[in-house]
Structure formats: C-alpha cells, structure tokens
Design a protein around this ligand. Structure first.
Ligand SMILES: NC(=O)c1ccc[n+]([C@@H]2O[C@H](COP(=O)([O-])OP(=O)(O)OC[C@H]3O[C@@H](n4cnc5c(N)ncnc54)[C@H](O)[C@@H]3O)[C@@H](O)[C@H]2O)c1
Length: 322
C-alpha cells in the first residue's frame, strides 16, 4: 500500500466542492505539496481558505485543458500524482451543451498526454454515476451499461473510455473512480448551477417554496463529500484499483421527495411545494453497488444520510451562505 505522505500532488478543480475537500484531506495526511489548478469557473477562494494557510499548498488560476500551462506547472512543482476533479456542473448542459461535453474530454486528453510523456506518474481520474444513465438494474455495479442522458454525462463517459483505453494500451498508472451524488459543505449554492440541497434551503429561507421536478420519485445515491474524498485517497493508496473503474456511493438511494422533506423539516417549513414538469433527460434512478470499492479498497461510507444532511445544512446556516 502506498501513501500520499510526502508526495507532490496536483488537484485539477481543487477550488470546487469535492476538490477543495480533497486538498484539505491531502494536506492533513502529510502530502509534500498540494497544487490546485482551477480556472475558477465555479471554484471559490473561500473553499481553499484553510488550505492556503499551509506553506505547502499552491494555487494556480489556470485552465486544466491547457497542455503547455499544465506541463510547466507540473515540472516546476515536481508533480507525481494528479487527481482530476475539474468539470463544469451537469446543469451547464442545458445552456452550453458543447462546452459541458468538451471540457471533460479535453482535460482528460491533456492529462493523458502528460502522463504518457512521463511528466507525472499516477492519474486518479474522477468519473460520475451520470455516465450510467437511468438504472437498468439496481444496485448498479461497474458492469452496468453506460447510457448518458446529458452532454455533461456524455463527456464524463467519453473521458472515461479514453482514460481506460490509455491505461490498458500504454500500461499507465491510472485508476478511475465513479462517485454517485455528493453532498456536504461547499457545494455551489448560487445561480442555475447550484446543488439541490443549498438551493432548496436558500429558497425556503428567502420565503420561497421548494421546487420539485416531475413527480419527485426520481432517486439518487447521496454520498457525503468526505466519504468520497476518503475513497479517492484509498484508490491512490491501493494498487488493486489500477486500470479499473470503481463506484463510490452508499448503496442506498433516496427520492427527491424524501430529500426535500428532510430539508423542509430542518428549516421548519410545512408549506406548499412548487411542482415543475419533469426535467429534460433527468435520470430516473441511481443506486450504487459498492462491493468492488469494499473489496479492492476496503471502502465503507461512514456518514449516515440523516447526520450528513444535518451537518450540511448547519454548515450553510452558520456560514451565512443561505
Ligand atoms: N458533485 C457531485 O455530486 C459529483 C458526483 C459524481 C461525480 N462528480 C465529479 O467530481 C468532480 C468534482 O465535482 P464537484 O461537484 O466538486 O464540481 P465543482 O463544479 O464544484 O468543481 C469543479 C471545479 O472545476 C473547475 N473547473 C472547471 N473547468 C475547469 C478547467 N477547464 N480548468 C480548471 N478548472 C476547471 C471549476 O471552477 C470548479 O472549481 C467532477 O469530476 C465531477 O464530475 C461530482
């Protein structure tokens, strides 16, 4: 088993939701250097406030698609490992489908070229459960067919194929981690790309009504962000993850109706909900089979949904974000 201790690690999208928690965890675990590359499309300086207190944390406001820029950063910082967390959120697919798709593919392409050239040694690539599309059986293991329903998801699935094929043909040191729906502190709370939990809490706080798409019986497997971060680090530490795709979820799915009820209970709201039509291309059911993560990585989610949703909403309220 190898360790992140003493390693120089680059995190693309490290000022975003999951990436910023990963930067904190890597610093806590004794990484030699943590280098965050984020173009701040959705990243926030507040997310990396704690990380910036460390002498061995470096932030570059740059585009991870740019081969020359990444090569220069990797060489200067002597990067050994890359966690690829950069993306543009799913909802962007509805405004700019081309870029929502391409950003995932182009970043993967740049990182693979640099890995092939030996500029760094190990890539932990982040996929998404959205690559599967609606569950054809449940829980969904890694052999479930991919049938993306949005350009974002198609870009994730395409990047996965690219990364996976490179890892096979060139025998590169690559693992692909496929998280299901994340929630927790620091998820974007503003505008059309906001996560459903902060967006709903904010609406209620401002005197509005929760909004539900379709019948609200669509389900997702919600994993607490710090559990995902543990899974990502385990994927680096355990060589058994090499060249393979590994789901990270809880193994339980929750309907949007239940999720919104939980938020309403927390906020003390008992009023009406706004019902919108079903969202174009909304996935109906997502639930992870996490046997592979358990067997190969010894992964087990630690946070229960009830505790996690409370901690998440406490964080948003105490930080005055909603
Ligand atoms: N949040 C979830 O529920 C979830 C679920 C499954 C998989 N994932 C995957 O986890 C990863 C992190 O997602 P997140 O929820 O933290 O998203 P996020 O939007 O909060 O973070 C992504 C970060 O990438 C940055 N970014 C975008 N384009 C970039 C570019 N060209 N160069 C550099 N930085 C760029 C953004 O500014 C942002 O800070 C993504 O790969 C995502 O697909 C997320």
């Amino acid at each position: 088993m190898r360790s992140v201790e003493g390693k120089n690690i680059l995190v693309t999208g490290g000022a975003g939701f999951i990436g910023s928690h990963l930067c904190d965890a890597l610093l806590e675990k004794g990484a030699g250097k943590v280098v965050c590359v984020d173009n701040m499309f959705l990243g926030k300086m507040e997310n990396i406030e704690e990380a910036l207190q460390h002498n061995n944390f470096v932030f570059y406001k740059d585009d991870a698609r740019n081969f020359g820029v990444l090569q220069a950063i990797m060489e200067r910082e002597k990067i050994e490992v890359v966690f690829n967390m950069a993306t543009i959120a799913l909802n962007y697919s509805f405004f700019n489908p081309f870029d929502a798709y391409m950003v995932n593919v182009e970043i993967a392409n740049t990182l693979l070229e640099l890995l092939k050239l030996g500029v760094y040694r190990t890539l932990i690539h982040t996929s998404s459960s959205e690559a599967y599309g609606t569950a054809q059986y449940s829980p969904m293991d890694e052999n479930h067919p991919t049938d993306p329903t949005t350009p974002y998801a198609a870009g994730k699935a395409a990047a996965d194929l690219m990364v996976h094929s490179f890892s096979k043909v060139l025998e590169l040191d690559i693992s692909i981690v496929r998280p299901f729906n994340n929630y927790g502190p620091r998820q974007n709370a503003e505008g059309p790309l906001a996560g459903i939990i902060p967006a709903t809490a904010r609406r209620i706080k401002n005197g509005g009504k929760p909004v539900i798409d379709g019948d609200g019986e669509q389900t997702r497997d919600f994993i607490y962000v710090k559990d995902t971060v543990r899974g990502l680090m385990l994927a680096y530490e355990n060589k058994a993850s090499r060249g393979t795709i590994i789901n990270l979820g809880t193994g339980m799915d929750i309907s949007m109706n239940r999720l919104l009820s939980g938020i309403c209970d927390y906020m003390g709201y008992s009023g009406e909900w706004d019902h919108r039509g079903a969202r174009t291309s909304d996935v109906r059911k997502l639930c992870a089979d996490i046997s592979k993560a358990r067997e190969l990585l010894g992964f087990k989610p630690m946070m229960s949904f009830d505790d996690g949703i409370r901690e998440t909403l406490d964080w948003y309220m105490h930080n005055d974000i909603i």
